[in-house]
Write a protein that binds this ligand. Sequence first.
Ligand code: PRX
Length: 650
Amino acid sequence: MAQDSGSIEALLHEDRTFPPSEEFKKQANISDPNIYEEALKDPEAFWAKFADELDWIKKWDKVLQWDPPHAQWFVGGKLNVSYNCIDRHLTSARRNKAAIIWEGEPGDRQVYTYWDLYREVCRFANGLKSLGVKKGDRITIYLPMIPELPIAMLACARIGAPHSVVFGGFSAEAIRDRLNDSQSKILITADGGYRRGNIIQLKQNADESLDGAPSVEKMIVVRRTGHADENMVDGRDIWWHDLVEGQPLTCEPEPMDSEDMLYLLYTSGTTGKPKGIVHTTGGYLVGTYATTKWIFDLKEDDVYWCTADIGWVTGHSYIVYGPLANGATTVMYEGSPDWPDRDRFWAIIAKYGITICYTAPTAIRTFMRWGEEYPERHDLTSLRLLGTVGEPINPEAWVWYWKNIGGGRCPVVDTWWQTETGMVLITPLPGITTLKPGSATRAFPGIEAEVVDESGAPVGPGAGGYLVIKRPWPAMLRTLYGDPDRYVEQYWARYPDIYFTADGAKIDEDGYFWLLGRVDDVINVSAHRISTMEVESALVDNSKVAEAACIGRTDEIKGQAIVAFVTLKDHVTGSEEIVAELKRHVTTKIGAMARPDEIYFTGELPKTRSGKIMRRLLRDIAEGRTLGDTTTLADPAVVQALMEQYGEEE
Ligand code: PRX
């Protein structure tokens, strides 16, 4: 039967490809496919060209020093990231251009021109200095999505104090661990933030986190909600507005070495303890600048919106540093997409005439479920480019986004990268790449990615394997904070001198990459990265729990959902109350995003004869799959019992 070629059904039943339109190509920042070959011939020259577009206090002597697995980029160069993101735009008409357009959840709005941003960053940087902050001191930032967050980051960058941003959804304990690991001197927070009409109690969490974090001398508090003025602690807490009052409006940017630390950002790995990813100055700025410019095809009059939270790396690289280094207008929204109604994102796009929108597949799947009536309420014709990040996107969601948000007119760039990579590494270039829904397509020019088997040999087209990166890239992590051995072990031990991503992937006959998810014990819940070990340690921390094992189960909306299998101590019997208690416990230990969706009690966990928990079997049980190999199992009856229980409760 003939199908209407414009319908979703038709799109889904064919292997459609989406070449760039002539119109898009003509105006694209980069449209010459030879760039791939050229860049790989001399990657250092390729990156140096971008570096030349930035402002250096002193030019580098050497582009790359590679002593595997340690890279230094733009060796000997001196620059300041805040200068590059702000001051260098002040000498042209960009001075009066909106740098940040911010909208609060209740509907309040602030616009910072580059000149405004300059003044606010300088004032706050001077405020930090007045508290004794010096180059190299670490500063933890625990703020909602308000303008003070990028202002604080840029002020830190201006004076050379590395920041460590902790996502506002983390609990007091999680903040404390990060404060102690980074030995932060200052904690910056707000009294609260708005989310789905409620106030998030940030100050309360921040207060609790300081109980047992002796390195912190001062807490700076932004008054956002005004609901907790009485909670200020004399001698320790300072209001942001008091600190900046009367501060000079200029602050000399600190000359930073290319390899000085710009920030650290904690992320989940395979152990219970989060890793402090270290990003440095020169290479990180060049990498985020270049990728923002080419992948988002950024132009002077674009209004660019990345919907991520700055608490994650996406916000660092693609709300703050990449866009501002390009002199772009970057939009920030504080709250939830369904407040006051499910059309909030589309209302924002229409209101500010947003031209580029970058979001996560989990959000797109949620919008799909809510239905087309919400985007249909608004004029989305300002959009010209769409992006996704954080997890694999299913072709159905890709096509929905392309059709219902992009009006069938906007290329969709599916960008693969990690906290560790600092910048996007696998992505389409919208003026060059023929898109395939569900594929992140090709490595960015200058990046050499490969899919290999256990032995490190490249797998052929269609076969699955491990995604690796074969050359250093400018924004790569330099080490793990305070744990250089783990850096080597985690990323460089499996294949000599090659970066191990811990992602599975396949390459198709056109050389396109298809990401298949993590191959380690990291779960991706709504594009948030959570370690199974972290959730397990939080569970066994509860006095009723003897043992716990967590796995990620496929979830239609969230990508993955957390399922926990728990063995209780002898005298305790499982009940609904204990399920609720354990969920609360994980929320307190880590944060709500790590709360298990389902908890199952079991007399025993399936283990190998050597005592290792067989998570693979638990995954099979949770997914309702036929069981994989159980021959190494110590007691097959355990699995049988679990399967029966799981089957009953579903
Ligand atoms: O599994 C990959 C997945 O997210 C992981 C990195 O998570 P995080 O460090 O929190 O950074 C997220 C934002 C960059 C990766 O190891 N991932 C990220 N982007 C994609 C993706 N999986 C498939 N397709 C993507 N576009």
